[in-house]
Every structure is written in C-alpha cells, then in structure tokens.
Design a protein around this ligand. Sequence first.
Ligand code: SF4
Ligand code: SF4
Length: 116
Amino acid sequence: MAIKITDECINCGACEPECPNNAIYEGAVDWKASDGTSLQGTITMPSGLTVDADSAQEPVSDDVYFIVTDKCTECKGFHEEPQCAAVCPVDCCVPDEDHVESEEALLSKKAFLHGE
Ligand code: SF4
Ligand code: SF4
C-alpha cells in the first residue's frame, strides 16, 4: 500500500530528499507528476486522475508534508523499506489503509512513473 504522512508531522523535511519518486512535498506546495519522474504530456495516473504532467496540482495538505499517493510505490523497486518511514524522527509515515496495493501493482506504478 502507499504510505501517508499523519498530522503528527513536525515539518523537519528529512523525508523529502529520500523519496525515489519525488512523491513527498512540503505543506502548501503544489505538486507535479513530472517532478522526479519521466512522465510528460497528458497522462492518466494510477488513480484515474488525468493531468498534464507539468501542470501544478493542488497541495494535499497545507500544514504538514504530504505524499502524493499516485507517486508513492512504497519504495518498491528501489529500496527494501519505505525510506520516508525509515528517516522520520516521529514515525508519522505510516501505511495508508485507504490505498492498499499489491507488490505487483506497486512495481507497475514504478514502471509507469519512470518509463520502464
Ligand atoms: S514510501 Fe518511498 S516512494 Fe513512498 S513516499 Fe515514502 S519514500 Fe516516497
Ligand atoms: S520526516 Fe517525518 S516529521 Fe519530518 S517532514 Fe517527513 S513526515 Fe514530517
């Protein structure tokens, strides 16, 4: 499943540079599908959201760091464990029970994001 950040986040920023998919953003910052991926042009994300890869999307949270579910692969294909959860000092990067995905689906998402 994807990982989410809870409102326990203390905005330390440690997780953001660790994400291999650039799925983590600071609160109130617009996100883009193309950030840290090979996505370009009009694309349909795994959730069904169709966007221009370079267009700015609304922040998921205005107050704390957030994870774009469509870009989180739980680090599958890159690392043995979610890197955000590994570095978070307050353990607020947790499994998102609303977005449960199989390992196969996560690897397929990784391939989608990086054009493999
Ligand atoms: S689990 Fe991995 S891919 Fe998902 S947000 Fe955390 S660092 Fe990024
Ligand atoms: S490492 Fe944890 S506390 Fe720090 S910004 Fe990321 S989610 Fe928030």
